[in-house]
Design a protein around this ligand. Structure first.
Ligand SMILES: [Zn+2]
Length: 263
C-alpha cells in the first residue's frame, strides 16, 4: 500500500505534468471509486497539489479534487490510449489524460470545496514542524494500546502504514505488541527519530516499490533495498544477526527482530 513517501513521490512526479492544466472532462470506469460527485470539476484549472497523510489534494481554481490510492493505486499521465485498470480518468486541456490506475479498485476520488472535508480527521503530519518529540511523548502518554496498531491509526499520526511502522519500531527497539504506556522516554525519542528518518530516507529514494506501486513518473521507488525488517522474514538482523520474524498483529503482517525488540 502506498504510504507517505510513495504518495509524496507521486505528488512530486505529478506537479510538473499537471499543475496549470485545466480538466476539461472526466470518465468513470468504476463507480465505487467516486466518493463525492465529480460534475463540478469540469473546466477547473489545477493550481497546485497538496498532500496530507496518504491523501492527495489537487487545489483547483474552485474546490479540491482529492485522491486516495488505498491498496494499489497510482496516477499516470500520458496521451497513450491505456484503459487497463483505469478506474477514473481526467482529460486535460493539453491533450494528456491523468488516470487513476488501480487493479485492486480500492482507490477513491472526491470533489469537495475544502481539502479539510476529507482529511480533517487525520493526526499530525510526521515530517511537519508541529510534530516533534515532545508532541509524540504527550500523544503516547495518553494511550494504552499496542504500538503497531497505534502507529497505523491515521487519527494518531498521518501517513504511516505497514512498512514504515515496522521499520520505525525496529529503530526504536520497540516490540510491535508492546503497550504504549510501557515505552520509556528514551525509546519514544528513538521512535520519533526512527519515524522521521525512515520517511525522509525513503523519500530520497522515491519510496518503496513492491508489486504494484510505480511513481507518477513511471519510476520504481528504490527504498526497498534499504529496509531493515520489512519483508526480510528469516534473514539475519543487521544489528545482532538473529533471524527476522513475521507475526500477525491485528491481521497485519508484522516484521521484527526477536532479540532487538523484546516485549
Ligand atoms: Zn536484532
Amino acid at each position: 500500500m502506498p504510504e507517505l513517501p510513495e504518495v509524496e513521490s507521486v505528488r512530486r512526479g505529478l506537479e510538473p505534468l499537471v499543475v496549470g492544466k485545466k480538466i476539461i472532462d472526466y470518465e468513470i470506469f468504476w463507480n465505487n471509486s467516486v466518493e463525492r460527485d465529480l460534475k463540478r470539476i469540469k473546466n477547473k484549472r489545477i493550481k497546485s497539489i497538496h498532500r496530507r497523510g496518504k491523501y492527495l489534494g489537487f487545489e483547483m481554481s474552485v474546490g479540491y479534487l482529492v485522491i486516495h490510492l488505498r491498496m494499489a493505486g497510482t496516477i499516470g499521465v500520458s496521451t497513450e490510449k491505456i484503459e487497463k485498470y483505469v478506474t477514473v480518468k481526467f482529460k486535460l486541456d493539453d491533450g494528456n489524460e491523468m488516470r487513476l490506475i488501480d487493479y485492486r479498485k480500492f482507490g477513491k476520488v472526491w470533489f469537495v470545496d475544502k481539502f479539510e472535508e476529507v482529511v480533517g480527521h487525520l493526526g499530525p503530519e510526521p515530517l511537519s514542524k508541529n510534530f516533534d518529540v515532545d508532541v509524540l511523548k504527550k500523544m503516547i502518554s495518553k494511550r494504552r494500546g499496542m504500538m503497531k496498531p497505534l502507529l497505523l491509526n491515521q487519527r494518531f499520526v498521518a501517513g504511516l502504514g505497514n512498512i514504515y511502522v515496522d521499520e520505525s519500531l525496529f529503530r526504536a527497539r520497540i516490540h510491535p505488541t508492546e503497550k504504549a504506556d510501557k515505552i520509556d522516554t528514551k525509546r519514544i525519542e528513538k521512535l520519533y527519530e526512527g519515524i522521521v528518518d525512515v520517511l525522509t530516507e525513503s523519500l530520497t529514494f522515491g519510496g518503496t516499490t513492491f508489486i504494484s506501486f510505480v511513481g507518477a513518473d513511471g519510476k520504481h521507488g528504490e527504498y526497498r533495498k534499504k529496509l531493515k525488517v520489512f519483508n526480510r522474514t528469516g534473514e539475519p538482523c543487521i544489528v545482532c544477526g538473529t533471524k527476522i520474524k513475521k507475526i500477525f498483529v491485528c491481521q497485519r503482517g508484522t516484521h521484527f527482530c526477536p532479540s532487538c525488540q523484546k516485549n
